[in-house]
Design a protein around this ligand. Sequence first.
Ligand code: 6PG
Length: 252
Amino acid sequence: MEKMVNSKRNILIFDKYDQISDFAVKKWEEISRDAIKSKDFFAVALSGGKTPAGFYEKLSNCRKGFYWNKTHLFLVDEHFVPFDHEESNYQMIKHHLLDSLRIPMENFHSISTQEDTPEKSSENYQKQLKDFFQLKAGEIPTFDLVMLGIGEDGHIASLFPRTSSLRESGPLVVAVSLNRVKNKRISITLPVINNAKNIIFLVSGYDKAQVIKEILEEKNMMLPASRVDPEKGQVFFLMDKKAASLLSSRYV
Ligand code: 6PG
């Protein structure tokens, strides 16, 4: 089932979504155990979207071997909408994960959207990251794990194809405002993603098959997902057979 394409890109194809989330839960346990052993906390950035909902629900039942009081949850992006809005990533994660998990509230680092503008929100979130990771000027945070989804257009977090936010190399967080995208957004930038120790993509369904082929086989570098290439980390593409259905047989 597993196919190594290069030393840091692991492509795993599963029959069903349920197996993807089982594998992701196992990986989470392993990565968090190592992180806590070496520095006494585990920092993970979570994505919104529909795909991770089942995984978050599974995770919300995990107790033994999961050190929630030493786990710090961040968001990879947020929609600039109120917290109780149906498109708020905070709301989605609260509903599927936090509500049934006993995690200290201060361990959940949401992106505030109460500010007047997404720019102000992104500045505040950047400050939160700098404070938590105790960064000096020019330093980039190192997440133990970044969880990502992939849009049909190849976007990750709120970094969309052919946009300046994709080229940002200075800020850790950007405000994204595009006519073609519903809601203004706040997103961590590519350098932050690529500085993570582990990146897990969760991808499911036939509607992702074309973009998966463009990322993995055609290596279309215009797609933000193709630019995920952590210098020191590992990448895991966890996908179901539907999402992998257009890949050539060397993967499946
Ligand atoms: C968001 C996400 C976004 C998402 C992709 C895939 O806030 O919407 O963080 O990047 O992961 O759009 O979404 P699905 O899982 O719903 O396909």
